[in-house]
Design a protein around this ligand. Structure first.
Ligand code: TRP
Length: 330
């Protein structure tokens, strides 16, 4: 195997079936990094617990996400794919890192303030420690690079500071300061055209949807609100359907729509049908692979079990160094 540039670690909360926003923003990026880096991708179920009211769907959501990841091309031959809670060393490191974390730093984070706004009745201890657990994820696997969306920047900065605090406090260099790799991708709006695509807002298009479901969702997308009638000219610059055409359609077609929409030469329904067709063509291979994988759930569990095993080897090696640095009785 060619020498890799370093280790990548990223995690995503198990939200179940993934949508176009997850796919374009995170998953495609995970896939692309696999050849150059030694990648570790985690389904962070412990992080999910910080805001879950019930764990009813937790198992299923982990499985659905794993199916989407594998179908999209995350390759277990190249990368480690595993479930966070299956490698309990992360909770041990979390506890140790919590001792070098000033509480005020956690409660000052903008991400924490957002979470208490969204979950005012469930501000649990784990939620406050969310970034500490994330630092434990990253440092346990000695990641050099963490691909994440810009919203996660405060957590990566927090991780870097935590590494410095830990290494200074215990006079060691076992933990590594990670770099952030900002995932550059236009924000994918939901079918409502105003909010970021999100499962909780029910405005998503699932990558594993059937062609028919996809068409139905696309046909319900909000377009330029000023275009009331078929004969009104539209403005592609503010139209979410056009934004997706730019991602999924050939340059020539995009150019054509751009011109025709502005002079009412094409209507929204036809424009959406073309988009649905292109999304479906683009995802056909992924969907086929997913159907095959879903027919053999034990194989997916085996892939995850193998990922757990490989992750645990790295995790335990780091923890041995960490325990020694802290100077626990051996
Ligand atoms: N906090 C991340 C998010 O909400 C998920 C996450 C948990 C993560 N642990 C991580 C991302 C480690 C990168 C690295 O998206």
């Amino acid at each position: 195997m060619a020498q890799k540039k370093g280790r990548v670690f990223s995690g995503a909360r198990p939200t179940g079936k993934q949508h176009l926003g997850n796919y374009l923003g995170a998953i495609k990026n995970y896939v692309a990094l696999q050849d150059e880096y030694d990648c570790v991708y985690s389904i962070v179920d412990l992080h999910a617990l910080t805001t879950l009211e019930t764990t009813r769907d937790l198992k299923q959501n982990c499985l659905e996400m794993a199916l989407d990841w594998l179908a999209a091309g995350i390759d277990p031959q190249k990368s480690i794919v595993f479930v966070q809670s299956h490698v309990p060393q992360v909770t041990e490191l979390h506890t140790i890192l919590s001792m070098v974390t000033p509480l005020g730093k956690l409660t000052d984070l903008p991400t924490f303030k957002e979470k208490i706004r969204d979950h005012p009745n469930n501000v649990n201890y784990g939620l406050v420690g969310y970034p500490v657990l994330m630092s434990a994820d990253i440092t346990l696997y000695k990641a050099d690079l963490v691909p994440v969306g810009i919203d996660q920047a405060p957590h990566i900065e927090f991780t870097r500071e935590t590494v410095r605090s830990f290494n200074y406090r215990f006079n060691t260099n076992v933990l590594i300061e990670p770099q952030m790799k900002v995932t550059q991708f236009p924000k994918i709006m939901g079918i409502d055209g105003v909010n970021k695509m999100s499962k909780s807002l029910n405005n998503e298009i699932e990558i594993s949807a059937t062609a028919e479901e996809t068409q139905k969702r696309v046909l319900s997308m909000v377009t330029d609100p000023n275009r009331q009638r078929r004969t009104d000219p539209g403005n592609p610059d503010i139209c979410n359907v056009f934004a997706l055409h730019k991602i999924f359609s050939a340059a020539e077609q995009v150019e054509n729509i751009n011109t025709e929409c502005r002079r009412a030469g094409i209507g929204c329904v036809d424009c959406k049908k073309m988009l649905a067709q292109n999304i479906n063509a683009n995802l056909a291979g992924l969907r086929e692979r997913r159907t095959e994988l879903a027919a053999h759930p034990q194989d997916v569990l085996d892939v995850l079990a193998d990922g757990d095993k490989r992750a645990r080897v790295i995790a335990e090696a780091t923890m041995q160094e960490v325990r020694r640095a802290v100077d626990f009785l051996e």
